[in-house]
Structure formats: structure tokens, C-alpha cells
Design a binder for this molecule. Structure first.
Ligand SMILES: [Zn+2]
Length: 442
């Protein structure tokens, strides 16, 4: 029963898909420990993701209950919630007694990081939400460690939510190293069942659908990133996962206007941890590049740039607006150097290929926006093909540019926007980068 309790605390879970025997759950319900909720409420709302409305809650002929049933289309990828399925939760709230945690971190924060870290600590004491607005390479993760330690020692349960599995998988081992005493669960689509009660949960934002009134603090990392910024249901999921009155810490290099306006407590870091300015993007016209790739040709200016990087043995990341264009371009670039690799969101080997680039085993990588954040490669040079394309908003352009010059050994790096006419998003990105540099050196 203890195992069931550890699992269910703060969660709302499909009764038929728990990792426990049916009988155990039946007994827990009978003895009054576990509450049972109808999957779709009578008001036609999904009890898991809180979606409602006829587009999301759909009527269907159900084979299971042999009657008129509704299911939730929105969160179906996590197992179908319907009128005839039950969701279960643990009734009693959990209490963690405060205790001192070991904190295995002896890194140093810059003055700006320290200030932001202290301000987060203060917001934690005041139980208020906070936004950390910090440029790419400012060292956002490290400044979270001291307030995290503070919160864990007070017995708080915390979730760090990030929009992408890659980011979650990158962060998780770092946190486990810094907080070795506690159970940390790592949740994403397809993750395996982990035992025990996790005081710290690392999860993709989607996984928050499965929690309710669970956390004393949720930290939303990369708060601006797709899909969080486009999906109001995920915002609801964050608030549902919080205990009443609990705060949210947002962390972002490119916060939306809405976020900037809605969170009054903010810390700003417009300087990288190594103190050097952000590389400012250069514009390079690349007329009719789409036609060139379609007719199996790399535009001359791009050939020149790649040749230069190959000769100077500088690793490069070349971003493309579509997967289709990556597929057209890949064989052409392989003719220049057969070791050049291509990745996109549907590529299962992408982690391995990024590792190869990091280890210097391949000269460069062609990529979609999937690698726009969370990737650090020493001395990497960044090119964006079709920087004027609509898929590249100003935040995406800033994130891609933010890959360059991250290490203190190679604090510079080239960022080049290849375009077919300058877009206002490009100008906006460049203006913002320049303004960060100006504000950062004061
Ligand atoms: Zn749902």
C-alpha cells in the first residue's frame, strides 16, 4: 500500500493503467484512501487535462460500456480518458518534514547570477511567482540550485517542467548529482515507472496533466518554447499541478510579452556567465535558395561559408526552415564532406549525432529548429538558411544565435542569417541581441 501511496500522491491517474494489481487499488478505494473520479465529468470536461467543449470532448460509440460515451481528444496520447473510465487520486495530502539535504555543488555564481538566485530565494520565502529573464549562456540552471536547495530543505515538493524531452534528459543527471539524497523522477512520453515518492520531479510540460495539487513550486524552464506558449491547456496543467497559492518560477531567454506583463517579480541577466557579449547576427542574401536546393545545387555563398568552416576546422550548425529542405540538402552537403550529418525531430539518432559534433568527430550538422536550444558545442559557428522564413520567429532566431560563443574558451562565434529578403523578425532579433549587449556591459 505504501508503494501505491508513493505513486499516487499528487497524481491523477487512469485506474486501468497503474503499475499495481487491480485488487490493491480496489482495497485502497474500499478503505477510503483513494478517491475515484469520472474521466469525463457530467459537464463534459476532461478530469485530467481540464479540456472541454465539443471539439475536444467527442461523443463516440464505446465498445467498453456499450453505450453513448465521450472521450477526450486532447490528452488521448496519454491513454484514453472517457466517460466510462475512472481516474484515481490519493485522498490525504502528503507532508514532508523539513530536513537538511546534502547539496553537492561547489560551482561559483557570477554577481548577476548570485543576485538573481537571491531574488528567487526571496520570492520563495514570500511564496510569489517570479520570472528569470536571462540571455542564452547566462547560466540559468546553476542559479536555480541554491533556491532549490532552500525549498527542498523546507520539505517542499517541486517540479521542474521543460517543453522538450531532450531538455529534461539533459537536466535530470545534473540535478541528481547536486541533490544525491532525494528521489528524483524523470517523466516524459515513454519514460519507465520509477519507484518511491519523488520530492523533485523533472517532467515535460505535458506530464503535468497527470498531477493535481501536487507541488509547492513549479519551475517552468524555457517558458517561451513551443508547445507551452501555444497551448492554453498546458498553462492550465501547470496551475492544476500546484497546491493552492503555490508559486511558479519561469525561466526564459526570450519571454513573451504576455509573460513579461503577467509576472511582476523579475530578475534580468543580460550578460553571459563568461562576461563576453552575445554574437550579433550578420545578414547574407541567398537569393532563390529554395530553387537552388530543388535543382540539387547549394547556393554559391553558402558553399563558400561551409568551405571556410571546413578549412578552419570550426564545427558548424546550419539551421533549415523545413525537414523537406534538409532532405534535399543533405546529399549535396555530403558531397562537400561525407561526414556532415543531418538531424530533425523525427530522427531517433539525433542525440548521438550531436555528441559526435561535440566530440569533433563530424565537422557540422544540418538541423531543424529541434536543436535551437539546450545544445552547447564549443566554438560552434551558426548559420540559418532562410532566416526570413515565417517559421523562424524572433525568439527562435535569438535561441539559434545563442548557440554560438557559449564557452569561456571560445566566447565568440559567427552567426549568419542567410535570407531571401530581410524580415522584421530578423531585425527584431538583432535589435534585441544588441540591446542585451548594451544593457549587459553597464
Ligand atoms: Zn483530456
Amino acid at each position: 500500500m505504501k508503494e501505491l501511496q508513493d505513486f499516487l500522491l499528487g497524481r491523477i491517474w487512469l485506474r486501468e493503467f497503474t503499475p499495481f494489481p487491480k485488487e490493491m487499488i480496489e482495497q485502497a478505494v474500499r478503505e477510503g484512501f483513494v478517491a475515484v473520479h469520472k474521466g469525463i465529468t457530467d459537464g463534459l470536461q476532461c478530469a485530467r487535462c481540464l479540456e472541454n467543449g465539443p471539439e475536444k470532448i467527442v461523443a463516440f460509440r464505446c465498445a467498453r460500456c456499450a453505450g453513448q460515451c465521450h472521450y477526450c481528444r486532447h490528452c488521448i496520447r496519454m491513454g484514453r480518458v472517457s466517460s466510462c473510465t475512472d481516474l484515481i487520486s490519493w485522498k490525504e495530502p502528503h507532508v514532508i518534514a523539513p530536513y537538511s539535504h546534502s547539496f553537492k555543488w561547489n560551482g561559483e555564481l557570477t554577481n548577476l547570477q548570485q543576485q538573481a538566485s537571491d531574488e528567487l530565494g526571496e520570492s520563495l520565502r514570500q511564496n510569489r511567482s517570479h520570472l528569470v529573464y536571462a540571455v542564452c549562456g547566462a547560466g540559468k540552471t546553476e542559479l536555480l540550485f541554491p533556491p532549490l536547495h532552500q525549498a527542498l530543505s523546507q520539505g517542499k515538493r517541486i517540479c521542474i517542467a521543460a517543453p522538450r524531452t531532450d531538455v529534461v534528459l539533459e537536466l535530470s543527471p545534473r540535478l541528481k548529482a547536486v541533490f544525491p539524497d532525494i528521489i528524483i523522477h524523470t517523466l516524459y512520453g515513454g519514460s519507465t515507472f520509477e519507484k518511491g515518492f519523488a520530492q523533485l520531479v523533472m517532467a515535460t510540460t505535458h506530464q503535468l496533466y497527470r498531477f493535481q495539487k501536487a507541488f509547492d513550486l513549479v519551475i517552468v524552464d524555457e517558458a517561451d518554447a513551443f508547445p507551452y506558449s501555444y497551448d492554453p491547456a498546458l498553462e492550465r496543467a501547470v496551475s492544476k499541478s500546484l497546491k493552492p497559492g503555490a508559486p511558479v518560477f519561469y525561466v526564459s531567454a526570450t519571454p513573451s510579452q504576455k509573460l513579461l506583463e503577467s509576472v511582476p517579480n523579475q530578475s534580468k541577466i543580460f550578460r553571459r556567465f563568461h562576461g563576453h557579449p552575445l554574437p550579433v547576427p550578420i545578414y547574407q542574401p541567398l537569393w532563390n535558395y529554395k530553387r537552388a536546393f530543388r535543382s540539387n545545387r547549394i547556393p554559391a555563398k553558402l558553399v563558400e561559408w561551409i568551405k571556410q568552416k571546413l578549412e578552419q576546422q570550426e564545427p558548424f550548425m546550419l539551421f533549415f526552415p523545413t525537414i523537406e529542405m534538409i532532405r534535399q540538402a543533405e546529399p549535396l552537403f555530403k558531397e562537400m564532406d561525407s561526414r556532415i550529418e543531418a538531424v530533425h525531430s523525427q530522427d531517433a539518432d539525433r542525440k548521438e549525432k550531436v555528441m559526435k559534433l561535440r566530440r569533433g568527430e563530424i565537422p557540422g550538422i544540418l538541423t531543424s529548429t529541434i536543436l535551437e536550444r539546450g545544445v552547447t558545442i564549443d566554438n560552434v559557428q551558426v548559420g540559418v538558411v532562410g532566416a526570413d522564413e515565417e517559421v523562424f520567429g524572433a525568439s527562435a532566431l535569438i535561441q539559434m544565435a545563442g548557440r554560438a560563443g557559449r564557452s569561456s574558451i571560445f566566447p565568440d562565434g559567427q552567426v549568419i542569417f542567410f535570407h531571401n529578403g530581410v524580415s522584421w523578425q530578423m531585425d527584431n532579433a538583432r535589435k534585441l541581441i544588441k540591446s542585451y549587449n548594451k544593457a549587459g556591459c553597464r
